[in-house]
Design a protein around this ligand. Structure first.
Ligand SMILES: [Zn+2]
Length: 302
């Protein structure tokens, strides 16, 4: 859809019913809008609901990002995603851990992972609405954490949902990468309850960007399998069950009775599905659910 672009005091703002983008120039705002439109479409497909409005604020430098005061966004109660326009905005003079940017660069798709970050924000806003809670307040411009975590949701599901909102080529790359490193996988009973493998726990250092990426790839491979077996909107039903505090294994037993109730049996079925994917089929599985979307402009925003 074509966003409305207006000139604000210090930035251009592009907006639709699902997002507002604050950027230094109109062309930068509309460039980011491309990724957000895609993420919003994908979110609606899998969650069966229009995404709640989020805000993306784009910065030229880490300094600007740190100095930004989101008081106005906070007062509107929208989830806020800070975004650096250039990967090289992180230079030696800055002490920020560039984990998220390193992940983006490692994917060979620099600047394209706003779709993923938007997916996180759409999920958090969706959970806010389901629980009737207020969005987190205050600046969240913290690049030292790999992802915005939501205490309610298991980490695997947050990453799977964000990856489901990515561009088709990113999703295809995730399935292919996971298939090549299948032997490194976490058992499902572990994956479903563990913290993101890239983050430290109990005072121990985390595995960093590479381990985080593997964790996201595996989480997405589980979601792609569930979508293939149960249909695209199964993700939204699973999300609702998890929001109510049910464990993943229990939610799968309740809402996907055609799948094995035993998690080890489920894992064997899932692995044989992954192993059966050729590179070509991995691409098809990753994009299959994208084909039956209709333009978001046909529905109401908000
Ligand atoms: Zn993520």
């Amino acid at each position: 859809m074509v966003p409305t672009v207006v000139l604000a005091a210090s930035a251009f703002i592009a907006e639709t019913g699902f997002y507002e983008i604050h950027a230094p120039s109109a062309s930068q705002a509309s460039g980011l809008g491309h990724d957000l439109d895609h993420a919003a479409l994908r979110f609606r497909l899998h969650f069966g609901a229009n995404p709640r409005r989020i805000a993306v604020v784009a910065f030229e430098s880490v300094r600007e990002m740190r100095e930004y005061d989101p008081v106005l966004l906070n007062s509107k109660g929208v989830r806020y995603v800070p975004w650096l326009l250039k990967n090289d905005a992180l230079d030696g003079s800055c002490d920020v851990e560039p984990a998220r940017l390193a992940e983006s660069a490692a994917r060979g798709l620099p600047g394209r992972s706003l779709d993923h970050e938007a997916g996180h924000a759409f999920l958090s806003a969706h959970v806010d609405a389901r629980l009737g809670r207020l969005p987190a307040q205050g600046p969240v411009a913290d690049l030292s954490s790999l992802d915005p975590g939501d205490a309610i949701m298991p980490d695997w599901f947050e990453e799977a949902a964000a990856a489901l909102c990515e561009m088709p080529e990113s999703r295809t790359a995730r399935l292919a990468a996971f298939r090549r490193r299948l032997w490194e996988r976490y058992p499902l009973h572990e994956l479903f309850t563990m913290r993101d493998a890239g983050q430290g726990r109990d005072g121990l250092p985390g595995g960093g960007a590479a381990r985080h990426r593997f964790f996201v790839d595996q989480s997405f491979a589980v979601a792609a399998f569930l979508v293939d077996r149960e249909g695209p909107s199964f993700i939204g039903r699973l999300s609702d069950a998890l929001t109510k505090g049910r464990a993943t294994t229990q939610a799968l037993r309740d809402d996907a009775p055609s799948l094995p109730a035993d998690v080890d049996e489920l894992e064997r079925l899932w692995i044989s599905w992954v192993e059966g994917l050729t590179e070509e089929a991995a691409g098809a599985a990753a994009v299959r659910s994208a084909s039956d979307t209709s333009p978001l402009s046909e529905v109401d925003g908000g």
